[in-house]
Design a protein around this ligand. Structure first.
Ligand code: ZN
Length: 359
């Protein structure tokens, strides 16, 4: 989400002709993929400026700030981490950070939290303590309480979970608005050390490009609760449909979630048991059902990849299954993601089973 009215332009970083996916290594002029402009009722949004194929890389961005997910669980942990990292940014990066939106709820929470902290910088300290040379100097002394509150609120509003252990605040990626049927998806690419965003279906020129801010398999009510701190009510097609329709959507999403849970359980179990290599017929049927439901609900990004990943035992995937997984991974996280490369290798070993012998 964005708070300013600046217009910036996304460049094609997918390099389809060279096969070189590292945006830093590209020298040829690249066509614009998207622009940032006002989105009705939502501040700014990101819009396609030409027709985009499914699986187009929209951006690969090093986060402005990276923090450990573990370290930011408590309010004080979050404050310390985000302020420490903010002070490491150069002036230009700080300028970009200030332009990100802070939701009103996050801002009032941050102000309340900061107002309760004893500070070496203000009147909460007695005259004696202030005069004492032993008075500790806060590393955050350069920042006023208002600035600290704003930084915390911007951080909370725009933080992305990167890989389960790291969270990050990005500049451009923060400018996508939310949808419960997003047409793009984001992934942390540990090889690039960048957050990438890819389209997960075809997008027409002029359409808004969206990500999800909340777990998409949750019910409409749970998604609305999770979106509340962002300060808006989702007006996507699903959320604004007739109650009868969104209740059916809830049921389908719940079913996808249940199937994923059962696959996850089986995958963990199969790891321990050498005798289990093949999914059961029942599982194969459930896989087909889950894929149909995902397509029906238009959740073709990460969700699809996770379903294919969970539904076979590692090292025992058949060719067709691995091809499906590879296509999904290439689509939502790109060819240069280590997991995509791993699937590619596994597939090539099936296609050339005697490769390691003849080489
Ligand atoms: Zn929605």
């Amino acid at each position: 989400m964005t708070s300013d009215s600046q217009t910036i332009v996304g460049m094609d970083t997918s390099a389809p002709t060279t096969g070189n996916n590292d945006p830093q290594e590209q020298t040829a002029p690249t066509p614009k993929l998207f622009e940032i402009r006002p989105s009705q009722g939502k501040g700014l949004g990101i819009f396609a400026v030409r027709n985009l194929e499914r699986g187009t890389r929209l951006l690969a961005e090093a986060p402005l700030i990276i923090v450990t997910a573990q370290g930011v669980r408590s309010p004080e942990g979050f404050r310390t981490a985000i302020l420490t990292e903010f002070l490491k940014l150069n002036a230009e990066q700080q300028g970009a950070f200030w332009k990100l939106a802070a939701s009103p709820k996050r801002l009032s929470e941050a102000k309340e939290f900061i107002s309760m902290l004893p500070s070496v910088n203000d009147d909460h300290w007695s005259t004696e303590a202030k005069a004492s040379s032993e008075r500790p100097v806060s590393p955050f002394a350069p920042l006023s309480r208002d600035e600290q509150s704003k930084i915390i609120a911007i951080g909370r509003t725009n933080i992305f979970g990167l890989d389960g252990t790291l969270d990050g605040v990005c500049n451009e990626a923060s400018r996508f608005n939310h949808s419960c049927t997003p047409n793009a998806d984001y992934t942390w690419n540990p090889a690039l050390k960048k957050l990438t965003v890819h389209t997960v279906r075809k997008i027409s020129a002029g359409d808004e490009i969206t990500l999800t801010y909340v777990p998409v398999l949750e019910s409409r009510a749970a998604r609305r609760d999770a979106l509340e701190p962002y300060g808006f009510e989702c007006d996507c097609d699903v959320c604004t449909a007739d109650a009868r329709l969104w209740m059916l959507s809830d049921e389908r999403r719940q079913k996808i979630y249940d199937i994923m849970q059962s696959f996850m359980h089986w995958k963990a179990m199969s790891k321990e048991d050498e005798d289990i290599t093949e999914p059961t017929l029942d599982q194969k049927r459930l896989l087909e059902e889950a894929v149909d439901l995902v397509e029906y609900e238009r959740l073709e990004g990460k969700t699809l990849g996770i379903i294919y990943f969970l539904s076979f035992k590692e090292g025992h995937g058949d060719e067709l299954h691995l091809q499906h997984l590879l296509e999904a991974q290439q689509m939502y996280q790109g060819d240069d993601h280590p997991d995509t490369q791993k699937t590619k290798k596994e597939l090539s070993e099936i296609e050339h089973p005697f490769h390691h012998i003849t080489d």
